[in-house]
Design a protein. Structure first.
Length: 234
């Protein structure tokens, strides 16, 4: 049984969920006293949680405003997914070399859960099953540093996935078709194919996510100009 999450981990999860769901939007101020009161904790775990979220790119400093929810930065997301592609590819290759039998026994349940999540249409459920599958592959690899390296970045990845999956419904089905192909290569012990498929899977997702973020950024100046023009006409 995994250890119970610490108080800091729980606050990290709570803040992440509010950012992912849009309750806390880009640019929102993060006031420690308010968050501590909202979550029923002292300021110390909130402070530690915010520092962790700052480290993974969800929170940033703003002159005169303290800490705010960071806007999505396509450059940061690109860097993150380039690193992730390498780690996920390594995890899949090692899983095929070291744990093909376990992959055959346990993997189909993850695939079934993913397809059920897609049918549900619930973005949160789709994200959780996706992350669970990739963590499973990291576990199969037998290399604990893969999971430890990825762990601090899951909050940011959740936010990116949520932002896109709410609009790209068809992407969820493709994701699980690709997961099935990766798992099949692992079960068959085809380590080179498993690594290639995994890296291609992450790289394809990155292109979609980054394109979506860039389009959003392009639309914001237009929206601001339209709003300014409307005010002037009044």
């Amino acid at each position: 049984m995994p250890p119970a999450p610490s108080l800091v981990d729980q606050v990290v999860e709570a803040i992440t969920d509010e950012i992912v769901s849009g309750v806390l939007m880009s640019g929102s101020r993060l006031i420690q006293d308010d968050l501590a009161e909202a979550y029923g904790v002292s300021r110390q775990p909130v402070q530690q949680a915010l520092m962790l979220l700052r480290g993974c790119g969800l929170v940033q400093s703003a002159p005169g405003r303290g800490l705010i929810v960071a806007p999505l930065d396509p450059g940061f997301v690109r860097d993150l997914y380039e690193m992730r592609a390498v780690l996920e590819g390594l995890a899949a290759r090692l899983a095929a070399e070291r744990a093909s039998d376990r992959a055959a026994r346990e993997g189909p349940a993850y695939i079934a859960a993913g397809h059920e999540a897609v049918k549900s249409g619930l973005v949160g459920r789709k994200i959780e099953t996706d992350i669970a599958f990739h963590r499973f592959l990291g576990d199969l690899s037998g290399n604990t540093l893969i999971g430890e390296t990825m762990a601090p970045h899951w909050p940011c990845l959740k936010r990116v996935m949520s932002d896109v999956l709410q609009k790209e419904q068809s992407m969820s089905r493709r994701v699980w078709d690709e997961h099935e192909d990766i798992l099949a290569a692992i079960v068959d012990g085809r380590s080179a194919d498993a690594e290639r498929l995994s890296r291609e899977h992450i790289s394809r997702a990155a292109r979609v996510f980054i394109h979506h973020i860039e389009l959003q950024q392009e639309s914001r100046p237009k929206q601001r100009r339209m709003l300014s023009a409307k005010k002037m006409s009044l």
